[in-house]
Design a protein around this ligand. Structure first.
Ligand code: SPV
Ligand code: MN
Length: 635
């Protein structure tokens, strides 16, 4: 038991005897100080300390319903639904800012403000924000416990929904805090939903603020409930982890982690970086393979091998288009009893519905706009859909039948391959392998182009650079991040093979995708074989691509489909003009925004441009894959 310190003393009146005991058992005055300071600021009526005991977890779950932040979906045991406000349906880039001390600026592309001003503003908005409410305190372990990867976190929130979601999405950390003792470092998150309306939805969205104060390892989030803005351990703590990783020489990435089976049941682990709503979760959930994670990975060099863990232990996934055909695995979980929190779906007669679920939707019901009926319009006169495009589900990974047995391995899993994939309608082929670690990091990672999606608030379909898919979360100079990645690979004895994937390539001249969503399963099986050097590839100006015969075999094996030469040529034609303009855009972005870009980026892109120009000279603007020759070396 810790000695009574002044922080514990000030907290006494807010804590029950049991909660006082739980908190004082943590022998770390910094924890007590954080809670005392934030309680003093937010003035809750009382404080609940969640110890992760079955009883405490059940209490959180129950309060989420009692407070009406969640409602039961009556037809399926364990299902509940939560609604966020109409203006709170995704991550909010405008409202999310880094607090930087005077004299310091991050890369121009990052949203930042003066630290003192930001602290005054956000702490002002948080003042007295929890009056009449309970402040819930949760302790979390990011990454498996007792591991070199573990980072501890504490969150204070006034939302039972947020606290409940954390049960499903994160590993419990209370026991870790008990053991960690006085010196342990931890990330801090303070969240308040702010004033709520009758539907328990944050009212003052114009005062939504999400500020990251890396000097104090603290995140502030106020007047928002959308989990990407409020569950601090998701993308908010991720920003702090990226900084920590950068200073300690490891990588914190926006990546899925999965096991892919090769011949003879061989399993090869892959990490994959994709911007939000670009196929990351559905890749991680491919049937017949195993999942470790769908969103955030920490990667370390352990004995000169790249090893990775999932920071989380659950999925906060996009539910749109989850249907029995495209995402059979998760569809089954979402339509059977079990603990799931749905958000922003349509509810009718005790059942939940979402867009693209493979069946007709009811013509009315309850959704994020309240009572909904077909033809209901928003204030701009646009039709309100039955469910929001960014409607989601939160579920623990252990609820899935194909969760990988190594999920909690404190040493992580060895990475055989890393994929980078964006929403690129025009240039890159569906799958290609880089010529080297450096080429992969630059040409597929740093040059990752995508289009904005519904996962963030604002216009969809705007093309942008999304470096390694962490542009929204990066908290260090962008050039430094590229440098860190290049350097990380150079220190490895065995480098994972880097691949570029593109699920969103469209036919030239019309808006049709050249692939179906199922095809990604074939790409990943091909990548698995390449990691073990078991199939040849063709060397094109942008990377090594599959040979037709190998894909034909794999399409048959994996999808029982006949793969035609015509499809192959359509998908793997190298589009020189589109690739040249891609290089130009990427170069311009880094020249204009990133003063510390490593020179290698320009060198590698220059060589790619030269290769494209040489090929154009020989074969013209659109080059059929049949023109390319078998790779001669693999550097
Ligand atoms: C994403 O948008 O990348 C997500 C969901 O994974 S969240 O960041 O939590 O909004
Ligand atoms: Mn994500």
């Amino acid at each position: 038991m810790a000695i009574m310190n002044p922080y514990l003393e000030t907290l006494l009146p807010k804590l029950s005897e049991a909660d006082f005991k739980k908190l004082s058992a943590i022998d770390n005055p910094n924890v007590h100080e954080f809670i005392a300071k934030e309680s003093d600021l937010c003035q809750p009526k009382d404080i609940f300390i969640c110890s992760d005991s079955a009883e405490d977890i059940a209490h959180v779950r129950k309060q989420a319903m009692v407070s009406c932040e969640e409602q039961a979906i009556l037809t399926l045991r364990g299902h509940t639904v939560h609604f966020d406000g109409e203006n709170d349906q995704g991550r909010d880039r405008q409202a999310t800012k880094y607090l930087v001390p005077k004299g310091i600026t991050l890369s121009k592309a990052l949203n930042q403000m003066d630290r003192q001003e930001g602290l005054a503003e956000v702490r002002g908005l948080l003042r007295d924000s929890m009056q009449g409410k309970t402040m819930i305190v949760r302790f979390i372990s990011l990454g498996p416990p007792d591991s070199i990867f573990t980072i501890l976190g504490v969150q204070c929130t006034d939302s039972w929904y947020v606290a409940h979601s954390e049960d499903l999405l994160y590993r419990p950390g209370y026991e870790q805090f008990l053991k960690a003792g006085i010196k342990s470092d931890f990330l801090r998150v303070l969240h308040a939903a702010g004033k709520l309306n009758g539907d328990m939805v944050s009212l003052e969205y114009d005062k939504k603020r999400i500020y990251i104060d890396h000097m104090d390892n603290t995140i502030y989030s106020v007047n928002t409930q959308y989990a990407g803005n409020s569950v601090g351990f998701k993308k908010l703590a991720f920003r702090l982890a990226i900084r920590k990783a950068s200073s300690e020489g490891w990588l914190a990435e926006h990546m899925l982690l999965m096991g892919v089976f090769g011949p003879e049941k061989r399993k090869t682990y892959f990490a994959g970086a994709f911007p939000s709503a670009c196929g990351k979760t559905s890749t991680a959930l491919l049937p017949g393979e195993t999942i470790l994670g769908d969103d955030i990975a920490y990667i370390r060099n352990i004995d000169s091998v790249a090893r990775a863990v999932n920071v989380e232990s659950g999925i906060f996934g996009i539910i749109q288009d989850v249907n029995p055909k495209d995402d059979a695995l998760i569809y089954k979980v979402l339509t059977n009893p079990g603990e799931i929190v749905f958000s922003n779906v349509l509810v009718k007669d005790g059942k939940s519905y979402w867009l693209g679920m493979g069946q007709e939707l009811p013509k009315d019901g309850f959704n994020y706009t309240g009572t909904w009926f077909e033809g209901k319009k928003d204030s701009d006169g646009n039709d309100i859909p039955a469910a929001h495009k960014n409607a989601r589900y939160a579920v623990a990974l252990k609820a899935l039948e194909n969760v990988d047995p190594e999920l909690d391995n404190p040493m992580g899993v060895e990475l055989g391959g890393i994929m980078y994939g964006g929403r690129d309608a025009k240039a890159y082929v569906p799958v290609q392998q880089s010529f080297s670690w450096e080429h992969g990091i630059i040409a597929y990672g740093a040059a990752l182009e995508t289009e904005t999606t519904f996962a963030t608030i604002g216009k969809e379909g705007i093309p942008e650079i999304n470096m390694m898919s962490i542009q929204d979360f990066i908290s260090i100079p962008l050039g430094k991040n590229i440098h860190n990645n290049l350097y990380f690979g150079r220190k490895l004895k065995k480098q994972p093979i880097i691949f570029g994937v593109n699920y969103f390539l469209k036919e030239v001249g019309n808006g049709k995708y050249v692939n179906t969503p199922q095809d990604k399963h074939v790409w990943i099986k091909w990548m698995e074989l390449r990691v073990h050097n078991e199939v040849d590839a063709l060397a094109t100006p942008t990377g090594y691509i599959p040979k037709y015969e190998d894909l034909r075999k794999l399409f048959k094996q994996v999808l029982s489909k006949t793969y035609t030469k015509e499809d192959y040529i359509k998908q793997f034609t190298i589009r020189v003009p589109e690739n040249l303009s891609k290089i130009e855009r990427v170069q311009r972005f880094y020249q204009e925004n990133v003063t510390d870009t490593p020179l290698e980026l320009f060198g590698i892109l220059y060589l790619q441009r030269q290769r494209l120009l040489e090929a154009k000279e020989k074969y013209g603007d659109y080059i059929s894959p049949e023109n390319f020759e078998k790779e001669t070396s693999q550097s």
